[in-house]
Write a protein that binds this ligand. Structure first.
Ligand SMILES: [Zn+2]
Length: 346
């Protein structure tokens, strides 16, 4: 039997939601991952260090007994974010990053930033104190095609911002295009990117061919095949600027399967099986640890995990549930459309 042992992975972009949904999904992350960067797009969003401290408390309370899992908290950047509060959050060790959502970019982002000039005081402070900015890298104006939003964001928002503030550390989250990969590779420093599990596996056909398939719809939306190939090459290359951020984003089925379905794909439960499959297919199993367990902590200046996990390749496919049941309702699990044989040994 084939097996591989790696340091316990971390998830550098995760939506845990709140309340009954949080309680229903957290075990799927704490089972395989040691830490995760927790997205702040709740209703209302996590805007201040006080909000983040309270949310962290709710996450820890929902954690299954005996699981060791560290939520790394983020703040939702607004045009009114107080630089002193951000600095206080970093100094206390509570805050790992600040998240920029262009207004309207994804689930619960209407309170995001419209005019980046208004956020400059806090961005300048972050550059000075070394606190990374995580960006949802898409413009949201209606004249830009949804498949071009990432490329246009790089050109019109991100590159000018990085030229204005070269000391600011920026994580381009959930990169979905070759443009994004090439931009990150072109930067000498202070730029890295997270890549999701599902964007390594699906292209936009998954959403649109043979009928509308809402469980493959997420934001940023999956792109053309050549973009997926570029993401695969970056993720499996071992390049320290690329690391795992699942962007696992649960919505209950009634909110996905309707006239205006929500964006988000739920992958926490089977990410490590999917990744082992992807890396094996690309003859890169020896670089899975870099992508899932080493590059992320190096970028965020955190220690790597001492614990290990072992993935084994089983003769029979591993079965994951089609849906998980939560107190908020059923959540459909990402189906990679191929059998999964890799399994995390328990
Ligand atoms: Zn996200």
């Amino acid at each position: 039997m084939q097996s591989i042992t790696i340091r316990r992975p971390d998830d550098w972009h995760l939506h845990l939601r709140d309340g009954a949904m949080l309680e229903g999904v957290i075990a799927d992350s704490s089972r395989d991952f040691a830490r995760a960067i927790i997205m702040p797009n709740l209703v209302p969003p996590v805007v201040t260090t006080e909000d983040a401290e309270a949310y962290r408390g709710r996450i820890m309370a929902a954690l299954p007994k005996g699981d060791r899992f560290e939520p790394l908290m983020t703040l939702y950047l607004t045009e009114h974010t107080d630089p002193d509060d951000v600095e206080k959050g970093k100094e206390s060790g509570l805050i790992t990053a600040v998240k920029l959502y262009p207004a309207g970019a994804t689930t619960n982002s209407h309170g995001g930033v419209r005019d980046i000039d208004k956020a400059m005081p806090v961005l300048e402070r972050m550059a000075r104190i070394g606190l990374p900015l995580c960006v949802h890298g898409e413009v949201t104006t209606s004249d830009v095609d949804i498949f071009d939003r990432e490329a246009v964001f790089i050109e019109t928002v991100l590159d000018p911002l990085r030229k204005r503030l070269p000391e600011l550390k920026v994580t381009m989250e959930h990169v979905t295009t070759k443009d994004g990969i090439d931009y990150i590779k072109s930067a000498e420093r202070n730029l890295a990117g997270s890549i999701t599990t599902h964007h390594l596996i699906i292209n936009r056909n998954a959403i649109l061919v043979g009928g509308i398939r809402p469980h493959y719809y997420c934001l940023p939306v999956a792109k053309r095949e050549h973009h997926r190939v570029a993401l695969r090459q970056a993720a499996t290359s071992g390049d320290a600027r690329f690391f795992l951020g699942t962007d696992s984003a649960p919505h209950v089925d009634p909110l996905k399967e309707c006239g205006c379905g929500c964006a988000g794909i739920y992958t926490s439960i089977n990410t490590m099986s999917c990744l082992a499959h992807v890396f094996e297919q690309d003859n890169a199993l020896d670089r899975l640890e870099a992508f899932a367990s080493l590059n992320g902590p190096a970028w965020y200046g955190l220690p790597i995990n001492e614990e290990r996990i072992t993935l084994v390749k089983r003769a029979e496919p591993v079965s994951f549930p089609v849906k998980i049941e939560t107190g908020a309702g059923p959540v459909t699990v990402f189906d990679p459309m191929f059998p999964l044989h890799w399994d995390v040994e328990r």
